[in-house]
Design a protein around this ligand. Sequence first.
Ligand code: ZN
Length: 217
Amino acid sequence: MSSSIQHLILLGPPGSGKGTQAKLIASKNGFSHLSTGDLIREQITAKTPLGVEIKGIVESGGFPDDSVVVGLVKDFMRQATRGIVFDGFPRTLPQASIFIEMLSKSGIKDIIAVRIDVPDQTIIDRLSHRFMCSECGAIFSDDIPLLQAGVCDSCQGTSFIRRKDDTEGAVKKRLSIYSTQTEPMVKYLSEKLPFFVIDGTKKPESVTFDILQVLKT
Ligand SMILES: [Zn+2]
């Protein structure tokens, strides 16, 4: 594990653009994108002893133990030859606590956490105005007209869907769950790691720029 590579934990509520930023930073700036869901699925597909053990839990909609997930993250970090962008990990306070302990034991210091801040009302507007092409999956917003009304800009498809959990009521509920379940973990990380807050209301490319700026510090 090289000491010169810097890792980035991206934090932010649903609708903050965290997933988009993780993908952009991985595809354009040479980071490895860490998704614990992918790591878990790889174990199951490869039928490793761990994969066999956790298959049932995952298939019934559960999550493996926090220590198992952190173990997978540890192996991923040990093999990393470039910086990792963590998207959706840590998920819970106990997971964060085991993770911080693992970092400390492994002597990994070059890791920062960035929270993408977007006011609740902006998130509610963003998500409740969002709709998707049912043919190619391209995502659009009521706030930005399609090039041709009723026709997908990407594939010229003409049928669109809205996610059920993108209604205003459902988004408010997701934000409230985030605030109860995830904010304590975010607060904990902010006390343990170099922590930065980024304005997530800007255009995606400006948000990426701001994140890369704090990475260099
Ligand atoms: Zn389309």
